[in-house]
Design a protein around this ligand. Structure first.
Ligand code: ATP
Ligand code: MG
Length: 468
């Protein structure tokens, strides 16, 4: 691949300079050490080949309007990376030197969001474009923006384009595309890394993971999603730094869990998490081997991850509730067995085990109630499948979560052969019901409609001019 080396410079941002008693500029070396600006290259459209037509027109429009108002603006991050890899971007991010309030003056209807990381949400014809202001290095090591173990709590120090590039996580995520000129700006060697399929953290890997341990999970996600291989220095500290994830607020970790497992690469992401021993940092209640961060996972879980990917591929809906049911089933089952051996009946044991496992898990990753309620229902409906006939069977089928619980039973049969006959029974039972209830519901609806529909009043005939 031919790389155009337009400039090979290190521009010093003003924030890194101060003046001495004689008025001469001196470099604040301490802070400069934090900047790892390498070669700046510009890759023209003729080289990278991303045509304007391939871009989301709304993202292009946001950049164009900001530029027209005199600001610098680029499409950046995952969308540029994905387009270079020939993939369809999931979403578009824009970076600009306009501060959020200035973005608001250009797009008065945008929403300013975030505390840890303030940015603007610009909506255009239903498409959401995230507009973030260029970030600079943190002002001080010991200010209230940093946690004592190096974690950045707030990242709202504005900076220049170059500074924004080096504060990003991986080199392949730090490419800035100007849709107007067509050029890509690369300050960190991301273009070459992408060509080499290398995942490389920008700067010193340990410092960068410490600043934001979620980058450990992001590494696993990109390895799974993009098929890239981590550079040695990016890979080396991952396993040993996994415990840093314990400090991340549970709500943020839940968001990451959704990105890890609900974006079409769940099975491969699981493999990557296992490979780097990150799994038990997310799900500490899962059994592992000794102190290893790997979790013991059975066929049920692997199959659930594969099914999720297949559903996403054919654009069927997926819910974190079902996936969480699969991930946490093993400890729920084990705890329910113990409670049963202590004398609780199957229903009570399962209910109590579900509550215990959930309350343990939410200390690590939040689980919003709208999902945890469904997960619990999926689990606690399992023993009810044993009632194959009569009133109870009928009422089970009318439950709102019947289908999810049934799908879950099919997964359980992956690990437990003895459930196969029960699964077959319920598969057959549904065929009958869909036919009967389908017709019944149709008749019922029509009857109700007929009852409710107001009679149309006949309009008195008025003579139109033509009729006169
Ligand atoms: P995708 O959208 O496919 O999940 P992405 O790279 O676009 O991947 P986002 O979470 O949308 O991921 O983030 C957009 C960009 O913001 C990233 O490409 C990266 O440049 C930057 N970024 C996101 N999270 C971090 C982080 N924790 N540390 C540093 N930079 C980050
Ligand atoms: Mg993105």
């Amino acid at each position: 691949m031919l790389l155009l080396l337009e400039a090979c410079h290190v521009k010093l941002p003003l924030s890194l300079c101060s003046t001495d008693l004689n008025g001469c500029a001196t470099i604040n070396t301490e802070r400069f050490r934090k900047l790892i600006i390498t070669n700046h290259i510009v890759i023209p459209i003729a080289e990278h080949g991303i045509a304007v037509q391939q871009l989301c027109p709304h993202a292009t429009e946001v950049v164009r309007r900001l530029q027209e108002e005199g600001y610098e603006a680029y499409i950046v991050g995952g969308s540029v990376r994905d387009l270079l890899l020939g993939k369809v971007p999931k979403d578009y991010d824009v970076a600009t030197d306009a501060v959020p309030e200035e973005v608001k003056t250009v797009f008065p209807r945008c929403r300013l969001i975030g505390r840890r990381f303030r940015l603007a949400h610009v909506r255009m014809s239903g498409t959401l474009i995230e507009v973030a202001t260029f970030r600079g290095p943190q002002v001080n090591d010991d200010d209230d923006h940093k946690h004592q173990n190096g974690r950045i709590l707030r990242d709202n120090v504005w900076g220049s384009l170059e500074e924004d590039a080096v504060r990003r996580d991986f080199t392949i995520n730090a490419l800035f595309l100007d849709p107007v000129s067509g050029d890509i700006q690369d300050f960190v060697g991301g273009y070459k890394d992408l060509a080499d399929r290398k995942l490389r953290l920008i700067g010193d890997a340990r410092t960068r993971y410490r600043e934001d341990p979620v980058r450990l999970l992001r590494a696993a996600r990109f390895i799974a999603k993009l098929g890239v291989e981590p550079a040695t220095e990016t890979k080396a500290p991952i396993t040993e730094m996994a415990p840093l994830l314990h400090d991340i607020p549970p709500a943020r970790l839940f968001e990451e869990v959704c990105k890890l497992f609900m974006t079409g690469h769940a099975a491969r992401t699981w493999e990557a998490l296992q490979r780097f021993e990150l799994t038990r940092a997310l799900f500490p209640i899962l059994k592992g081997e000794g102190k290893s961060g790997k979790a013991k996972a059975g066929n049920l879980l692997i199959k659930a991850l594969e099914n999720t990917d297949e559903r996403i591929a054919i654009e069927k809906p997926v819910t974190p509730a079902f996936l969480l049911a699969a991930i946490l089933w093993q400890p729920v089952r084990a705890r329910a067995d113990t409670l049963q051996s202590e004398g609780l009946n199957e229903f009570a044991a399962l209910g109590q085990a579900a509550d215990e496992v959930m309350s343990s898990q939410v200390q690590r990753t939040a689980i919003p109630r709208r999902f945890s309620v469904v997960t619990r229902q999926i689990w606690t409906m399992q023993p009810r499948f044993k009632n194959t006939h009569g009133r109870r069977a009928k009422s089970l089928m009318q439950e709102r979560r019947f289908r999810a619980a049934y799908d879950f039973m099919l997964l359980r049969a992956e690990e437990d052969e003895s459930l196969k006959a029960l699964c077959d029974h319920w598969t057959e039972a549904q065929k009958g019901v869909t036919l009967n209830t389908g017709q019944r519901q149709f008749d019922e609806r029509n009857k109700n409609d007929a009852r409710r529909r107001p009679r149309r009043r006949r309009r008195p005939r008025s003579k139109t001019p033509a009729a006169k």
